[in-house]
Design a protein around this ligand. Structure first.
Ligand code: ACO
Length: 344
């Protein structure tokens, strides 16, 4: 592994940013592939072999996305051993807020983080990475010291449960990280983010174009969204092309060899995408983090949910180098290289 100090001096930041806590929360209700096969024309064999997904979790009665996001954030704050009053910023990456005006302030209030400002950020499955980088700008500038970044989504609300091409893929969940500015111990080495709106039609959760009469001679648009629509093959091709490019570019920029990566942490969309990206860098399967089997694609939550699982079961250890990439609707994608510095 390259000397740690070389990486700091080579990094994108004036001030270091440390990952000091993580947390997650998932709904209680598990829906198996077999159960979905009772609703649409699908089966466990197809879903497992084409995606790696065995089951997913869906928010039901007495649960809410805000509750999951609050629990995930609280777990991260407890791991970091912070007083909630010392949190300066909370960003909720989500495409499925409970309130279009923003759900993050409700989480801030639930946590009792009365000194934090809080806002939502939408970048679909890349949302966690985009939010991580956004929080890092505040931390690196010295304007704040502590931030919680949450990725949480409830795509079960917006999936067409009669469309077998999409309904088997998604699940609900939340994950979070606690980030701290630190002079000497840099966790986040660097990042890159990209968007290509010209291909946005491949994957949408778009508004319906229903107009209703307002007054004579004027209409207004009804606030309503259509179910998720995805051209799966196009998104698949985009992911297996762009993720290796962006990861390769930041590895080269920071002069890190792929054999020095301890963990490959990708957005959990499809096991075949994880395997294809890993093979491009000759990363062995035991270094590729995957929990698709149990959660499916939880959109903005997949990366922090996976991180939390691997930290808490002691696969990821303090000082491990993680190569991370997210991709999805927008189209949007990004990558980040970071060291885990949490207490576990
Ligand atoms: N069960 C059984 N058969 C199915 C199912 C299903 N659930 N879904 C599709 N099929 C059938 C199709 O109808 C098709 O049949 P046909 O050949 O008779 O027409 C056949 O299986 C093959 O379908 P494809 O769509 O070609 O299957 P593919 O191998 O491409 O897998 C999948 C589809 C899993 C969606 C894959 O393309 C994929 O993972 N794409 C990427 C998705 C992704 O990464 N999204 C990330 C972002 S999500 C976000 O940002 C919110």
């Amino acid at each position: 592994m390259r000397a740690f100090l070389d990486l700091i001096s080579n990094s994108q930041w004036d001030s270091g940013i440390s990952f000091v806590g993580c947390g997650s929360a998932t709904p209680q209700k598990v829906i198996s592939n077999h159960q979905l096969g009772q609703r649409v024309d699908t089966n466990d064999e197809w879903i497992q072999s084409r995606t790696g997904i065995g089951e997913r979790r869906v928010i039901g009665d007495h649960e809410s996305l805000i509750d999951l996001a609050t629990d995930a954030a609280l777990n991260a704050v407890e791991m970091a051993d912070w007083d909630v009053k010392t949190i300066d910023l909370i960003i909720l990456a989500t495409s499925t807020p409970e309130d279009l005006f923003g759900s993050a302030p409700k989480i801030q209030s639930n946590l009792g983080a009365s000194n934090a400002f809080a806002f939502d950020l939408t970048a679909a499955c890349s949302g966690f990475l985009f939010a991580l980088v956004t929080a890092s700008q505040y931390l690196a500038s010295g304007s704040i010291k502590r931030a919680v970044v949450i990725g949480a989504d409830q795509l079960s609300k917006w999936v067409d449960w009669d469309d077998r091409k999409t309904c088997v893929l998604f699940g609900d969940g939340a994950g979070a990280v606690a980030l701290e500015s630190s002079g000497d111990k840099s966790g986040l080495i660097g990042y890159d983010l990209k968007s290509d709106g010209s291909k946005g039609g491949c994957l949408n959760l778009s508004q319906s174009n229903i107009f209703l009469n307002l007054v004579q001679g004027a209409t207004h648009q009804k606030g309503e969204y259509l179910p998720i629509k995805m051209e799966g093959k196009e998104v698949y091709k985009f992911a297996v092309k762009e993720v290796p490019i962006i990861l390769g570019e930041i590895l080269e920029k920071y002069q890190i060899k792929s054999e020095n990566i301890d963990w490959l942490l990708l957005h959990q969309a499809n096991q075949r995408i994880l395997d294809a990206v890993a093979s491009r860098f000759s990363i062995p399967s035991e270094k590729v983090l995957s929990n698709l089997k149990h959660y499916g694609n939880t959109s903005a939550a997949t990366i922090p949910l996976m991180l939390d699982e691997a930290v808490r079961d002691h696969r990821i250890k303090s000082g491990d180098l993680i190569a991370c990439s997210g991709f999805g609707a927008g189209l949007s994608w990004g990558a980040a290289l970071f060291y885990w510095h949490g207490p576990y």
